[in-house]
Design a protein around this ligand. Sequence first.
Ligand SMILES: *Cc1c(COP(=O)(O)O)cnc(C)c1O
Length: 385
Amino acid sequence: MTKGTFPVESFKGLETPFYYYDVNLLKETLSIVKEITHKYGYIQHYAVKANANHRILQTIATAGFGADCVSGNEVKAAINAGFPASKVVFAGVGKTDKEINLALDYNIFCFNVESLPELEVMNELAEKKGKTASVAIRINPNVDAHTHEYITTGLNENKFGFSISFLPKVFEKIKTLKNIELIGIHFHIGSQITELDTFSELCEKLNDIQAICDKEGINIQHINLGGGLGIDYDDPNANPIPDFKGYYELINQKVSLRKGQILHTELGRSIVAQCGSLISRVTYVKEGESKKFVILDAGMTDLIRPALYQAYHKIENISSNLPVQQYDVVGPICESSDCFAKDYDLNETKRADFVALRSAGAYGEIMASQYNCRELPKAYLSDSL
Ligand SMILES: *Cc1c(COP(=O)(O)O)cnc(C)c1O
């Protein structure tokens, strides 16, 4: 397998670990998504939780995307980075009064609502401000995303959204709430979904739900299919840009929109994952009894996905072209789960070599913690090195 290209010379003056983002790849990804969604007349939001680095957000806002937020601070971060409030949606099962008030003050486009008590609270808070909150109902379509259980969100026993059988009741309730306007329905069934069949199933459920809305005499203007498109963690060099074409073609084929309806998607991972790598220096190469360990200066505090979801990130020694050897690649944190890979083929590795953990642009930097009193990793964009 080929390795990625990195400006290793420019890395030499930098303290590790840090995230490195390839801006050209990000921009190319954005322009491909824009071109396809423009063709179909769909609106694209970016799910801020995947990566809220200010410059990354600015780049995505400049490309004309909307923002999908799951906390009040994400709403703030998106707007500070240049996303217009009129393109911001706010989802999440546990929005606090403070967060709802903040989003009402910004006049965001839409709240994705996940429970009846939330609707009531939102109605009260909007009434106090003399405003109307535009909402989309998050529906749990009971589609299995066939992904890791921690990132499946669309099954009935899940904490997210309303079950389909609740819909008539929710519509009735909304009619009684004077400061709530129903403008859409929303879905999000999971993340790192690589089988397009799964989205196909979601589209079919959507068509069933449209029929329920018709029957109830409810006119839905906005349909938000959520995010979840997966990426190729195994071979990022062969597949740096996910199959957006197949994904949107499928939606276009399967979904029957009513007159005037607008379709939205809110992709996170597939937009930013491949443009980011976690760059680390090798602190030690340690010989065990039967194994060799590469000990990095990056650990689970910098990139938690392997420890949290047993996720795989391709690892490359970008300083060495020596013949391959097998190593366990581990971090310095005092936890056994602080291990990036076992029995992994790396070019022969020495102390101070640079090692890249690939496909780390999504759910990487943003999930970093300071456990063990570590510093948060820094971040550099390729155009500012
Ligand atoms: C996380 C999330 C997304 C983005 O998911 P990806 O798998 O990163 O594309 C979109 N919408 C909502 C509501 C989310 O919670």
